[in-house]
Ligand binder design. Structure first.
Ligand SMILES: [Zn+2]
Length: 97
């Protein structure tokens, strides 16, 4: 086996899948601390990819919460994410009617 193949295999073992993260966190969003549905979940890199986040620890979070996190390294309180998520979901619901 070539070195790059071995390295890729090692990384694959090291990096958790979204399914694993979701189970580990019992379906709780890491950012707003609220329950999420499996199809709402996305992987949040604790360190943004811009700063080399691909090798950083991972956590599962709402797609919407994740988008509000942006590239800000400053931690935000769960209320910040919850408020923004509810506002967006509310707006979406209005759009559907
Ligand atoms: Zn959330």
């Amino acid at each position: 086996m070539s070195w790059s193949k071995r390295k890729r295999k090692w990384l694959a073992k090291k990096v958790k899948t979204l399914d694993q993260l979701f189970k580990d966190q019992s379906g709780i969003c890491a950012l707003c601390q609220q329950p999420m549905m499996r199809e709402e979940a996305s992987i949040d890199h604790l360190i943004p990819q811009k700063f080399g986040g691909i090798h950083s620890p991972l956590q599962a979070a709402h797609m919407i919460c994740n988008s509000f996190r942006g590239h800000d390294l400053e931690p935000k309180p769960p209320e910040y994410f919850l408020e923004n998520r509810l506002r967006i979901e509310h707006r979406r619901n209005i759009g559907n009617n």
